[in-house]
Design a protein around this ligand. Structure first.
Ligand SMILES: [Zn+2]
Length: 439
């Protein structure tokens, strides 16, 4: 109990106050600080709801106060004293969107009193033609990284490989391993085997697509490499793909819900793997309808996130572009935080013109066979016998590639499925692989 009390105090007040210290202190002492934060997270994540709410509300009050008093944009959008009724005040704040972010000078969102070295300029995606820029807080990376470490259940000797995930400063977790997807298959396979032999990673962590590629490369070469744990971020991993990864890597696969803007785990799967627990220490998650009103639990809506760690550029009520619903029932794992579910989770089947149903994995595999480095894709069925494939890729997609997909689909589904391909800079609602509008 004393442990938890101490953890709670640290979670609320961050007594080491690195933000007041010069950068060299942060550079030198990030590791012990990370360990403190990891200990705090592990203690708090299983605390009772009252404790979680208290931490969340105190931290929310702090970020609201900071936004109101130190940024130009939020000054007149946050009414009243955040320290008195943080939740009530939050609910009256207008939503923050990518469009607002794009159409303003970044400086209006920035905390005017924050130390310059904490500002890290990030863009939403290196692939977009009109990237969306924003600032992250270098100091918050530490706490978020500590949370990642706790969530992935790291032990002292564990060794993480981050697959195709670069990280900004104070992202000390693991070794980065980069390989280009799909292209240069043979070269990749040799490099991957060499990397595994030399580094002996116990855990891997990366975008769903990268991890699936890695698995298929190893599978093709007949290489078996058991991991203690595999963690995927980015697009939602469907059940079939999860099974496949678990077969190749001989371990359980967990999903963490992250976004570039959040820079850390908004929600994560526990050992039950039945929904994502909200990370209530660092984020407030709301589910809102089209009129931006809160929907009851277990009703679907837009996911809106307030980020409690980024003190450089507060993100308050940010419409992140995903849809989901919250379940607020006890989870057998003992964590009391509500769980987030994304829409489209259980129904991974689409319908052909003749009424037959097919598992989504069949069309996923087909698209994957013909596309260049796909970073995100999404499928949507609006009408029986037709499927929309949305792609956002690292490279331009050639006419030939599109023809190949269409041709393969025609052969595979015997003219019973029309495939429409849309190429976007970003796939909307990136955590949803399949949107089924037939239901
Ligand atoms: Zn749980």
């Amino acid at each position: 109990m004393l442990d938890q009390f101490l953890a709670k105090i640290i979670a609320i007040h961050s007594p080491y106050r690195l933000d007041r210290l010069p950068q060299w202190v942060a550079n030198k002492y990030w590791n012990p600080i990370l360990e403190i934060d990891r200990w705090v997270f592990a203690k708090i994540e299983k605390a009772d709801r009252q404790c979680l709410d208290e931490i969340q509300q105190k931290r929310l009050a702090k970020i609201l106060w900071l936004a109101k008093n130190r940024t130009a944009y939020w000054k007149d959008k946050i009414a009243g004293d955040p320290h008195k009724y943080p939740v009530k005040i939050l609910r009256a704040v207008p939503l923050f969107t990518k469009e607002i972010l794009r159409s303003n000078n970044l400086n209006v969102f920035v905390n005017q009193e924050v130390a310059g070295w904490r500002k890290e300029l990030i863009s939403t995606s290196g692939t977009t033609t009109t990237p969306c820029f924003f600032y992250c807080d270098r100091l918050s990376f530490l706490r978020l990284e500590a949370e990642m470490k706790a969530i992935q259940g790291f032990k002292y000797n564990d060794n993480l490989a981050r697959i195709n995930l670069n990280f900004p400063p104070y992202r000390p977790l693991g070794k980065i391993f980069l390989f280009s997807l799909v292209t240069k298959l043979v070269e990749n396979a040799t490099n991957i085997e060499l990397f595994l032999r030399e580094n002996k990673p116990t855990h891997i962590f990366g975008q769903t697509t990268s991890i699936l590629e890695l698995a298929s490369i190893l599978d093709n070469r007949g290489v078996k490499y058991p991991f203690a744990r595999v963690t995927v971020v980015g697009e939602h991993l469907n059940r079939e793909d999860k099974k496949y990864l678990e077969k190749i890597f001989s371990c359980e696969v967990f999903n963490i819900y992250v976004s570039r803007e959040a820079a850390g785990p908004i929600a994560y799967e526990c050992q039950e793997r039945d929904g994502w627990h909200i990370n209530a220490i660092s984020f407030v998650v709301e589910i809102l309808d089209e009129n931006n009103q809160a929907v009851p639990t277990e009703k679907e809506g837009n996911v809106v996130v307030t980020m409690l760690e980024n003190e450089v550029m507060p993100f308050i009520r940010y419409k992140i572009g995903d849809r989901g619903y919250l379940v607020d029932k006890p989870c057998p794992c003992g964590r009391q935080s509500p769980r987030l579910f994304f829409k489209g989770r259980a129904t991974q089947f689409f319908k052909l013109k003749n009424g037959n149903t097919h598992p989504l994995v069949s069309i996923v595999g087909l698209v994957r066979d013909f596309t260049p480095p796909v970073i995100q894709f999404q499928f949507e069925q609006q009408r029986i016998g037709e499927i929309i494939v949305r792609l956002a890729t690292l490279e331009n997609i050639s006419e030939e590639c599109i023809t190949n997909i269409l041709h393969a689909a025609k052969e595979r589904f015997l003219d019973q499925l029309d495939v429409r391909i849309e190429i976007n800079e970003k796939v909307p609602g990136k955590n949803i692989l399949f949107i089924n509008k037939l239901e």
